[in-house]
Design a protein around this ligand. Structure first.
Ligand SMILES: Cc1cc2nc3c(=O)[nH]c(=O)nc-3n(C[C@H](O)[C@H](O)[C@H](O)COP(=O)(O)OP(=O)(O)OC[C@H]3O[C@@H](n4cnc5c(N)ncnc54)[C@H](O)[C@@H]3O)c2cc1C
Length: 381
């Protein structure tokens, strides 16, 4: 299906595909096995200017849009969901600065993010505040010079490998979401340390750990977007990033489908390739149709955002939810088409199935996406 990509987008897609095939594919199994974050791959992505995509031109970026970023996420994830996550979360951590940062904050942080010199992370989740983000307990107490931050954040992607962190704390838990406030922290600040590194089912080429804040003193210029704006900043961030999670899921599913059809054409059982069996043909037809449906939803949502639309929470949630549910189904079917071989680590589809699962969970579980979609639908009546 043609998706009317412009020449620049086709070039971005081609470069990302080539990089993923040549540089990531040969090592993805090893990264997964060793549970290892590939700093050198992130550096190469920076050298190839992929981090510049969504950074405004005045801060050494390309000033491009969500669709351009989704194309890169899709191509990287087609080969490795873990590297796709590490790349995507850099955008999740830096977009709040692009959108809400003061000109001093943008000048200070964005050029280094654009060049890939510094990586970002986004810290919202806590042990008692996952889906229930209103329950955040990390506390920011006002001081004479700024704020003192104490608490911790759980399951943070790019945790210890990032340099710049956007985190949400509360200035007063009694105020609920209206007390939540965003701050920019930097690695090495006194009192800012890292806890347990998670041992994950999938996306093992990404780094996930706990962030610990033990009375971290920050000056007022680390406040992002104003006191009491943190919750709204986080939700706005997710509205922009959820099509990207959809694109990760889409890429993973496409990679699994590519493996499955190739295998089905070559695997001989009952004297002919298994692809001759109607049972296999129908599975492949369903997989390809679902992948294409997800692609249409993601690209259209990204285009809506890039057109300057003001409201797109529903579409973003639909794109993330549909694509991730699709990816779980398609990768599971890919394992089925490869039979016993699909279950073995000699083939990449079992990793793809493990990698797909997280896209139904992070940046709001798919139950929470359904809550968001239903709320918007009811509001529209
Ligand atoms: C690998 C990984 C990376 C992550 N990276 C980040 C990151 O970089 N930054 C960050 O801030 N967070 C990150 N997260 C956290 C992630 O966003 C949360 O795990 C997720 O939002 C779910 O929260 P929870 O795990 O506490 O589950 P819970 O909220 O405890 O949910 C448990 C179950 O209950 C369901 N449920 C909860 N509430 C409702 C409801 N109202 N209606 C219906 N069902 C409901 C959920 O859908 C889920 O099935 C990451 C998580 C993982 C696993």
């Amino acid at each position: 299906m043609k998706h009317n990509l412009n020449e620049k987008q086709k070039t971005i897609q081609m470069l990302a595909r080539r990089f993923a095939e040549e540089r990531i594919k040969p090592i993805r199994g090893e990264l997964d096995e060793r549970d290892s974050f590939p700093s050198f791959i992130m550096k190469e992505l920076g050298d190839l200017d992929f981090f510049r995509i969504f950074i405004p031109e005045e801060y050494n970026g390309f000033g491009l849009g969500v669709l351009d970023l989704c194309l890169v996420m899709e191509e990287i994830s087609r080969v490795c969901g873990g590297v796709g996550t590490s790349f995507a979360v850099n955008a999740l951590g830096s977009y709040p600065i692009v959108k809400n940062g003061s000109s001093e904050q943008k000048k200070k942080y964005l050029p280094d993010i654009a060049s890939g010199k510094k990586l970002c992370a986004f810290g919202l989740t806590e042990a008692e505040a996952g889906s229930d983000v209103g329950n955040i307990q990390t506390r920011a107490v006002q001081t004479e010079t700024g704020f003192r931050i104490s608490g911790s954040k759980l399951f943070i992607t790019n945790g210890e490998v990032a340099d710049i962190y956007v985190i949400i704390a509360t200035i007063d838990p009694k105020k609920g979401i209206r007390g939540q406030t965003a701050f920019i922290l930097e690695k090495g600040m006194p009192g800012f340390t890292f806890g347990k590194k998670e041992n994950k089912m999938g996306i093992r080429a990404s780094h996930t750990c706990e962030l610990i804040f033990d009375g971290v003193e920050v000056t007022k210029d680390h406040l992002l977007g104003g006191v009491g704006r943190g919750f709204f900043l986080a939700m706005e961030n997710f509205d922009h990033s959820r099509p990207g999670v959809g694109a990760q899921a889409l890429g993973i599913a496409q990679g699994a489908y590519d493996e499955a059809i190739r295998y089905a054409k070559n695997r001989i059982q009952f004297g002919e390739p298994i692809v001759s069996q109607q049972g296999i043909k129908f599975m492949l037809a369903d997989m390809a149709t679902q992948i294409e449906a997800a692609r249409c939803l993601i690209y259209q949502t990204a285009r809506t955002i890039d057109s300057g639309a003001k409201k797109f929470s529903k579409e973003s949630s639909m794109a993330k939810m549909f694509a991730s549910d699709m990816a779980m189904k398609v990768t599971t079917d890919a394992v089925q088409i490869l039979g016993g071989y699909g279950y073995m680590k000699d083939y990449p589809v079992e990793k793809m199935m493990r990698d797909a699962k997280i896209t139904q969970i992070y940046e709001g579980t798919n139950q929470i996406q359904r809550v968001v979609i239903a709320q918007e639908l009811i509001r529209e009546i």
